[in-house]
Design a protein around this ligand. Structure first.
Ligand code: HCA
Ligand code: CU
Length: 406
C-alpha cells in the first residue's frame, strides 16, 4: 500500500512501527554477566589453561567487571588448585564452582573454600535415559538431596536444569519448583545443544519466570549461530544473569561471546554495564593466545576486520564521519580503525594516500592514481591505521577534492 492511500491512523502506526526498530528502552533493566571461560571455555576443543593462566584470567575478568567467574574444580587436582588460588585472590566477582549434583563434588568445592557453587543435573528424558540412567523422580530426588547437602554447609548455590530446552515443559517446571522449595538461590535454564529460536527462548524463560520466583540464568549454546540472539531473548523475557565466555569458546562451537553480549546490550538496549569496555579486544587476544586459537579476523567487534574500510565510497564517508560505516568507535572496545588501499580505493582513497606520502594535493592526479591502483590487478595493496592525526589529514584532503563521492 502506498503512503498516499493511507489513513492517518495507519500512518501513525507505521511511523511508530519504524521507531520501534531503533528505540532503546529509556530505563533498561540491569542484568548480571557470568563468565565461564574457565569452565565452559575449557570444554572447548584444544583449550587448556595453566594454573597461572587461570588465576590471571580470573583476575582480568574481575578487573573488566563481570559479576561472576565460573570454574570447575572437579576436573583435576590442578583445577582444584586453581580454584583455591582464585578464592584466595580476594576478587570482587563471585567465584562459582561448577559441580555435578553430587555430595562428593560439593566436598571438593568445600576444600577450595568455595562460597558459591553451581550444581548441574539434566532434566530432558534424552539425558535422563541415555546419560544418567535415572527416572524423573530420581532426578528430582538427586537435585534436592545435593541442595540439602550444600545448604547444610552454608553454601549459596545455583542449580542448572541441563538440556532444559529439550525437556518436557511440565517436568521442567516441576523440577524448578522442587529446587526452589529446597532453597536454591538461582536456576540456570540452558539451551544445552543450541536448538532454540529467539522467540522460543523468550517463551521458555517467561514460562519459568511465571512459575518460580528464584532469579533465572540463561546459558545459550551456538550450534545454530543463535547464542547471542537467544541470550538477548532471554534478557527480554526477564533473565537475571547471562552466561558468556571470551570469544564464545566452549563445548563444540561454544556459547555467547562476552564482547558481543555486552556491546549488544549497550548498543541495542542502552544498557551501560559497569565494565571496562576498552579491555574487550585485549581480553579476546589474551584468551585466543592462551587457548592456542586464532582470533578470527571476521569476529564481530574485536576481530581485525571489524574496523577495516576498503571500498572507496566507504573510505570517503569514513574520513568525513566514521559513523557512516561504524556502529561504535573502535577505541571504545580497544580495537583500531584501518584503511585498505588497493583497487577499490577510488579517487578519495587515492588522494588520501598521496597526502600520506607527502605529495601535493591534486585531484587530477588522484583520479589517475585510483585508475593505476585498479590496473595493478592485485586487489588489496596495503593497509594503514587511521589514527586521529591521519584522520585530520584526511579531512584536509577531503576539502581539496570535489564534493561528493565516486
Ligand atoms: C555442561 C552443561 C552446561 C551447563 C550450563 C549451566 C549446559 O556442559 O556440563 O550450568 O548453566 O550447557 O547445559 O554447560
Ligand atoms: Cu554449556
Amino acid at each position: 500500500m502506498s503512503l498516499k492511500g493511507m489513513g492517518i491512523k495507519e500512518k501513525v502506526r507505521l511511523a511508530k512501527g519504524f521507531a520501534d526498530y531503533y528505540n532503546k528502552p529509556s530505563n533498561p533493566r540491569k542484568v548480571k554477566i557470568l563468565d565461564s571461560t574457565l569452565r565452559e571455555g575449557e570444554q572447548g576443543s584444544g583449550v587448556y589453561f595453566s594454573i597461572g593462566q587461570r588465576v590471571q584470567i580470573a583476575w582480568l575478568l574481575d578487573y573488566f567487571g563481570v559479576d561472576a567467574v565460573e570454574i570447575s574444580p572437579i576436573i583435576s587436582k590442578e583445577h582444584e588448585e586453581s580454584t583455591k588460588r582464585i578464592m584466595k585472590a580476594g576478587l570482587k566477582a563471585k567465584i562459582v564452582s561448577h559441580l555435578r549434583a553430587l555430595p562428593k563434588d560439593i566436598d571438593v568445592a568445600l576444600r577450595c573454600d568455595s562460597r558459591y557453587i553451581a550444581l548441574y543435573h539434566s532434566v530432558s528424558d534424552l539425558h535422563l535415559n541415555y546419560k544418567l540412567r535415572v527416572n524423573r523422580e530420581q532426578a528430582i530426588e538427586r537435585m534436592v538431596k545435593a541442595i540439602d547437602y550444600a545448604k547444610s554447609h552454608g553454601l549459596e548455590l545455583r542449580i542448572t536444569m541441563e538440556d532444559a530446552s529439550r525437556a518436557d515443559p511440565e517436568f521442567l517446571i516441576r523440577a524448578c519448583k522442587a529446587v526452589e522449595e529446597a532453597k536454591a538461590d538461582r536456576i540456570s535454564i540452558p539451551d544445552t545443544v543450541g536448538v532454540m529460536k529467539p522467540s522460543g527462548m523468550y517463551s521458555l524463560i517467561r514460562m519459568v519466570k511465571d512459575k518460580v520466583k528464584v532469579p533465572i540464568d540463561v546459558h545459550c549454546h551456538n550450534d545454530l549461530g543463535l547464542a547471542l540472539a537467544n541470550s538477548l531473548a532471554g534478557y527480554e523475557a526477564g533473565a537475571d544473569q547471562i552466561h558468556v565466555t571470551v570469544n564464545g569458546i566452549g563445548e563444540r562451537v561454544g556459547i555467547t561471546s562476552l564482547d558481543e553480549l555486552v556491546m549488544a546490550l549497550k548498543i541495542l538496549y542502552g544498557l551501560e554495564l559497569n565494565v571496562r569496555y576498552e579491555m574487550l579486544r585485549e581480553l579476546s587476544e589474551t584468551i585466543a593466545h592462551y587457548a592456542k586459537m586464532d582470533l578470527q579476523n571476521s569476529k564481530p567487534l574485536v576481530g581485525e576486520n571489524a574496523y577495516r574500510h576498503k571500498a572507496g565510497t566507504h573510505i570517503a564517508a569514513v574520513i568525513r564521519n566514521p559513523q557512516a560505516y561504524e556502529i561504535i568507535p573502535p577505541s571504545i572496545i580497544g580495537n583500531r580503525r584501518k584503511i585498505i588501499f588497493g583497487e577499490l580505493s577510488g579517487k578519495n582513497g587515492a588522494a588520501f594516500l598521496m597526502k600520506i606520502l607527502g605529495l601535493e594535493p591534486n585531484p587530477d592526479l588522484a583520479i589517475k592514481l585510483a585508475q593505476g591502483l585498479k590496473n595493478l590487478r592485485i586487489g588489496d595493496l596495503f593497509e594503514i591505521e587511521l589514527s586521529q592525526e591521519l584522520e585530520s589529514e584526511a579531512l584536509k584532503v577531503d576539502s581539496v577534492m570535489e564534493k561528493g563521492v565516486v
